[in-house]
Design a protein around this ligand. Structure first.
Ligand code: ZN
Length: 396
């Protein structure tokens, strides 16, 4: 059995211990210790990382009553004394996130009778699955505000050890009934929240910093509420700050004016697109003449197969059909990534040529005898399509 230092002291980040067993699984080495402050993955909370005798601990797992520390190099043998150090940033992130989760679960319970049925405390964000659906944006805002108030109130957080049969006598009122009997470890956040939990928590609600609900998902008829807290929230803010500052500089406006500025640019772009399309429609006859000149023949059939730049996709079909009419033959054009085949001949079906290309390239497409197309075509596929076109034409 490993004595778990973090049960009583989540602030302990450095300790001395003795190796009680060691071994190897695949390319990972492990040790168990007589005591450990390393938190093993359990109860929805992810493991600690750190060092044992300056060797990296990459994973920590539970093995019955023991804690197994895993890493890429052998840590030592039974009886060796080792000095252990825990990664403080990761520990603090987990403490903040776990306490934030208890606060959120407590407030959801109190405000909307939303029982927490599962939790996820991940590397990027935390989440609570609430037995309520849907949960309105208004409710989410109220819950977030209330949790941040509890954080500001700097409420003391204590760890109690009480036997499951003596909860009433000890004045303990758990948010959720305990899942097992025996001695329970209880996280008590002032008078507002008491839960049986084995995780590492802050000593005071104020250490959580802030909580921000970042989104919801429907899950098994419940609502998964995703949140950021403490250092995860700051990391996210720093990323967003960098991006929005750069955008504001590029667009020479304040961050708050970005949506309006982007909307104006979007409208301008749509306007210009409309004008370009109108101009291209006017110039279409000239473009058709130009492309029709690129005609080649095979067995008496006139063919044009070209990749065409600088043309609006909205006139693509019209262009292909007109070229086919003009040359009294078959036109195959690639415009952006759209391959269009048009035929003005009765004995050559555009649909059948597309079917041959689809069969030999695994692309998807279809159409009529006069005009057919394939999407997402690369220049390499287009080259292949040219060969397939020539092969599929009738002789003479
Ligand atoms: Zn917990």
């Amino acid at each position: 059995m490993t004595e778990r230092i973090y049960f009583k002291d989540a602030s302990c980040l450095e300790f001395e211990a003795t190796i009680t067993s060691s071994g190897q699984v695949d390319d990972q080495y492990f040790v168990t210790l007589d005591k450990s402050a390393f938190y093993p993955t359990s109860g929805g909370q992810s493991h600690d990382t750190g060092y044992i005798s300056e060797l990296t601990v990459t994973d920590v797992i539970e093995d019955g009553s023991k804690v197994k520390h895993l890493g890429p190099k052998p840590f030592g043998s039974e009886g060796d004394k080792v000095h252990c150090v825990i990664d403080s940033d990761r520990r603090m992130m987990n403490r903040q996130m776990h306490t934030a989760q208890h606060l959120l679960s407590s407030v959801f319970d109190r405000l909307i009778d939303g029982l927490t049925v599962s939790v996820h405390l991940g590397e990027e964000y935390g989440a609570v699955e609430i037995k309520k659906s849907p949960v309105s944006d208004d409710t989410l805002k109220k819950v977030e505000d209330e949790v941040n108030k509890l954080i500001r109130d700097a409420i003391k957080i204590e760890v109690l050890f009480v036997h499951s049969s003596k909860l009433k006598e000890a004045g303990v009122n758990l948010r959720k009934p305990p899942s097992r009997e025996g001695e329970l470890r209880i996280i008590k956040i002032g008078d507002i929240e008491q839960s049986a939990c084995g995780g590492t928590h802050c000593d005071n609600s104020s250490s959580v910093g802030f909580v921000k609900i970042i989104g919801t998902e429907k899950l098994r008829g419940n609502t998964l509420v995703k949140f950021l807290s403490g250092s995860q929230l700051l990391k996210d803010y720093n990323q967003r700050f960098k991006v929005t500052e750069q955008m504001a500089r590029d667009m020479t406006c304040a961050v708050v004016d970005l949506p309006e500025k982007i909307s104006k640019l979007d409208n301008l772009q749509k306007d210009m697109r409309r004008q370009i399309t109108a101009l291209q429609r006017q110039l279409l006859p000239l473009k058709i003449e130009e492309i029709a000149k690129l005609v080649v023949g095979k067995s008496g059939i006139s063919i044009v197969s070209e990749q065409i730049e600088d043309i609006d996709p909205s006139v693509a079909n019209n262009l292909a059909s007109s070229v086919a009419e003009k040359i009294s033959g078959v036109a195959m054009v690639l415009i952006e990534s759209r391959l269009i085949i048009a035929s003005s001949l009765k004995n050559v079906s555009a649909k059948q040529i597309v079917a041959s290309i689809v069969e030999q390239t695994g692309m998807r497409g279809g159409g009529s005898d006069k005009i057919a197309q394939i999407g997402n075509v690369s220049p390499e596929i287009f080259d292949k399509a040219k060969t397939i076109l020539l092969d599929s034409l009738p002789n003479g």
